[in-house]
Write a protein of this length. Structure first.
Length: 179
């Protein structure tokens, strides 16, 4: 009888050590299973045990941001998919839809988020911000005005800042990748 009691106690202790699987974990696992990244996009997990926090890196194949590698942290809450993940750009870049703090202006991360959307939807949205920046919905109003008023000069400023240059006394990160 004592042995059965001891086994139940050991089993209860083992259950406490197991990470709790939540609805967010299940949905995220489903999203990741369906995710097919193109060769310009990678995903990594800084802590392999923490699947709710990861990094997505994107290298635009065309456009004014070509040659750069842009990294975003994703923090998925326990309320996912009912709440959008928190997404931040880890580098300081000159972009109309990303401020110097790394906040991203993407409607599906805010008011247009719906539980039917997924990680793939967000990654696609981020890719589109680099292929076709949207100065009509800016987070960095200065960059958006610059893009509207003088597209050629804006493109030169993007190129300069991607190399780790200064613009208006702000130092931007060097985001060029090396193969």
């Amino acid at each position: 009888m004592l042995k059965i009691w001891s086994m139940k106690k050991d089993q209860a202790a083992a259950e406490k050590k197991k990470p709790k699987v939540t609805a967010a974990h299940i949905r995220l696992q489903k999203d990741m299973g369906e995710l097919q990244l193109d060769r310009n996009t990678t995903m990594s997990f800084p802590d392999p045990k923490d699947r709710l926090n990861f990094v997505v890196a994107y290298r635009p194949p065309t456009g004014i941001y070509r040659g750069g590698e842009f990294k975003f942290t994703f923090a998925v809450s326990q309320n996912y998919p009912h709440e959008a993940p928190k997404v931040l750009c880890t580098q300081k870049i000159y972009h109309p839809n990303i401020d110097t703090e790394g906040h991203v202006c993407l409607n599906i991360l805010r008011e247009d988020w719906k539980p039917v959307l997924n990680i793939k939807s967000i990654i696609f949205g981020l890719q589109m911000l680099f292929l076709a920046p949207n100065p009509e919905d800016p987070l960095n109003k200065e960059a958006a005005e610059h893009m509207f008023n003088n597209r050629g000069d804006f493109e030169m400023a993007v190129s300069r800042t991607m190399n780790g240059g200064f613009l208006h006394n702000i130092h931007y990160d060097n985001v060029h990748y090396r193969d």
